[in-house]
Design a protein around this ligand. Structure first.
Ligand code: BES
Ligand code: MN
Ligand code: ZN
Length: 494
């Protein structure tokens, strides 16, 4: 999608789709009123004949308006101006695009004279359009199966430079989110640890430092917990480290760590075949790390940040790790493997330890599609938040509200800790089946953070959506990129 800004004092080239606005109770924007007159009152008549009330999420499509060359008008409801937030405006833009996502029209013109929150509001609306325009159709070979929707967006405004500047900031986040959605959507025969490493290396062109540790290097570091997960796979495991040094030299970085299981079959504790294909998105946490690092580089964030991605494929085979095996992690702590399907925590155990040990971060946040249990607890509307630090926890929760990526905090206490004590090793990788599976998983991770201010986001219910989400539709959501971008901008820059 190509977005350009144009002065609203010039004549518009009337082509394709025109997006206009109205507030609640059908108080038309000034520009909508003007064009209503041009159409001989057709917009008003269409309104009267419909259930459109100008509420947020109301949209009305009016084909071939009289007296105009546009093929279609999409009238968007903005609710009460006083209720508008950056997020509500993004969602309104996304809603408008959803209506025309399968249109054959190539051009979409946005002409919203009275949009709330000025140029920032307009930029948000347009970034919502962009967010919703993403598709994953590279494996469709028939053109007819690939509806393109509008590719050119022309935004009419009284402040071309101001709106473009505000939009560019948001566009960097959209680009990062798209990269996440892309790698999460790719099948596991295309995205596996080594190809994720290639994706990461491509980001070096943006000024990011990218390093890849192969199995030999990880072995030398003692990362047997991570390595044992990949040992049944023909794919070589990788630890990917991406650094962005946009902050003051010597300032401790913000570290983001991602679970990157490019396919989770469960291993020897193999999963049932129903929905096993979903386990391609078990690298969703690492996908967020990749996308976020791209965003930070694109917008030249004034922060030192490091992204670490633990990449493995979890497969059953003669060389696979067994239930009952004991491994020694990089931290020196030993782990009895009781269930090879509880592999995410094994990957993160070494990735977290390595990250705090090498980078001494001011805070460390991990993202992982860690437990099915988190969807039992909070469904598909919240990610689980687990933290040893109230301040970081509050900052994350607040950032989530701003961008519409909601978090719900769960307890972490010693009482749950007992559940993962092993009879023969320092710990075992699953609880004793007394419920609270997401908490025991987080409690396990906590043993590898060495008291660094840390938060764990269990995104198992949020990385992928089988229904429509406002900004991302169906499929990969990129959940976490907007959240962490907002967290960093608000709390860790300058
Ligand atoms: N990758 C899964 C968790 C998952 C489930 C992610 C559904 C996304 C959607 C994880 O590795 C796993 O298998 N967890 C087990 C843990 C259990 C063995 C203690 C689970 O949730 O059943
Ligand atoms: Mn698993
Ligand atoms: Zn998994």
């Amino acid at each position: 999608m190509k977005v350009s800004f144009q002065s609203n004092t010039t004549d518009a080239v009337q082509k394709g789709i025109l997006v206009l606005g109205a507030f609640e109770d059908n108080a038309l924007f000034a520009r909508t009123n003007e064009l209503n007159a041009t159409t001989g009152g057709q917009i008003q008549r269409a309104l009267n004949a419909s259930s459109f009330k100008g509420k947020k999420d109301d949209v009305l499509s009016i084909p071939v308006p009289n007296g105009l060359e546009y093929a279609q008008i999409v009238l968007v409801g903005f609710g009460k101006a006083s209720d508008a937030t950056p997020l509500s405006l993004e969602e309104a833009g996304a809603k408008a695009l959803a209506v025309v996502a399968r249109s054959t029209q190539d051009t979409l013109t946005v002409d919203l004279s009275d949009i709330p929150l000025g140029k920032e509001g307009l930029a948000r609306f347009v970034s919502g359009i962009e967010m919703r325009s993403w598709r994953f159709d590279k494996y469709k070979t028939k053109e007819g199966d690939k509806p393109k929707g509008p590719e050119n967006v022309i935004v009419r405004t009284g402040d071309v430079d101001g709106a473009a500047l505000a939009f560019n900031r948001l566009h960097a986040v959209v680009e990062g989110n798209f990269l996440t959605r892309h790698v999460v959507s790719e099948p596991p025969n295309v995205i596996y640890p080594e190809t994720m490493a290639e994706q990461a290396k491509e980001l070096a062109a943006l000024g990011l430092k990218v390093e890849v540790l192969d199995e030999a290097k990880m072995k030398a570091l003692g990362m047997n917990s991570l390595l044992c997960v990949g040992q049944g796979s023909v794919r070589e495991s990788q630890l990917i480290v991406i650094q962005w040094d946009g902050g003051t030299l010597g300032n401790a970085p913000v570290a983001i760590v991602g679970k990157g299981v490019t396919f989770d079959s469960g291993g020897i504790s193999i999963k049932p075949s129903t929905n096993m294909e979903d386990m391609k998105y078990d690298m969703g946490g690492s996908g967020v790390v990749l996308g976020l690092m791209k965003t930070l580089a694109l917008r030249k964030a004034k922060v030192n940040a490091v992204g670490v991605m633990g990449m493995v494929e979890n497969m059953p085979s003669g060389s696979a790790v067994r239930p009952a095996d004991v491994v020694k992690s990089m931290s020196g702590q030993t782990i009895e493997i009781v269930n090879t399907d509880a592999e995410g925590r094994l990957v993160l155990a070494d990735a977290l330890w390595y990250t705090q040990d090498r980078f001494k971060p001011q805070v460390m946040i991990d993202l992982a599609t860690l437990t099915g249990a988190i969807t039992v607890a909070v469904g598909y509307e919240f990610a689980g938040l687990f933290s040893n630090n109230d301040r970081l926890s509050d900052q994350l929760t607040e950032a989530g509200k701003v961008v519409g990526e909601l978090l719900w905090r769960f307890p972490l206490t010693k009482t749950f800790d007992k559940d993962i004590d092993s009879d023969i090793a320092d710990m075992k990788n699953v609880g004793s089946g007394r419920g609270a599976g997401s908490i025991t998983a987080a409690q396990f991770l906590q043993r590898f953070v060495n008291n660094v201010p840390w938060a764990h986001l269990d995104i198992a219910g949020m990385a992928w959506d089988k229904k429509d989400r406002p900004l991302s539709g169906k499929g990969a959501t990129g959940f976490g990129v907007r959240l962490l971008d907002q967290l960093i901008e608000k709390n860790f820059e300058k």
